[in-house]
Design a protein. Structure first.
Length: 171
């Protein structure tokens, strides 16, 4: 493909327009800026290879998010599901969002990074991408009930960890 090829230009325009949002999602899923960039690049290589199919999809963004998540889960499976604790660098700009660097928020994101990948994905897609349960179910390839269950388990785990942290601080 060359830059004068309309097929290539269409992909390039899409990737350029969506890079920031896709990077943010990848960053929230991985918790690491370099890993997020690697994940997004490897995903976009696959998107480019399937661009005709992707751009004809009813919801290309949802299709690409699903590819991003599948790429992440595939990488994790290949790595033998070893436990990884990543430290999330806050995505919001602290100049425009001073709350982004509050100790409570940073602690919360450390705890989110400890959740299983699917639970973390549900929270990222719900609260950062603002997707509905049905949209999340489509991206993850599961039922809406599974999305609700995963969200419930994730939020319960975060509440328990937060309560335990508060108890330890009081002691």
């Amino acid at each position: 493909m060359t830059t004068s090829d309309p097929h290539w230009r269409s992909f390039e325009d899409y990737a350029t327009a969506r890079w920031a949002a896709l990077y943010r999602t990848a960053h929230l899923l991985t918790g690491d800026p370099a890993a997020a960039e690697d994940l997004l690049q490897s995903t976009l290589v696959k998107v480019m290879a399937q661009w005709t199919k992707v751009r004809r999809a009813d919801a290309p963004d949802a299709y690409v998010r699903k590819m991003l998540l599948n790429e992440l889960l595939g990488e994790r499976r290949k790595a033998g599901r070893r436990a990884q604790k990543a430290h999330l660098v806050p995505v919001p700009d602290p100049v425009t969002d001073p709350a982004a660097t509050s100790p409570e928020r940073l602690d919360l994101w450390d705890r989110v990074q400890l959740l299983p990948p699917r639970q973390r994905a549900v929270l990222v897609l719900r609260y950062y991408e603002d997707l509905s349960e049905a949209e999340i179910a489509e991206v993850l390839g599961v039922s809406a009930g599974t999305v609700k269950s995963q969200a419930s388990h994730a939020l319960r785990a975060l509440r328990a960890a937060t309560a335990q942290n508060r108890t330890e601080e009081v002691s």
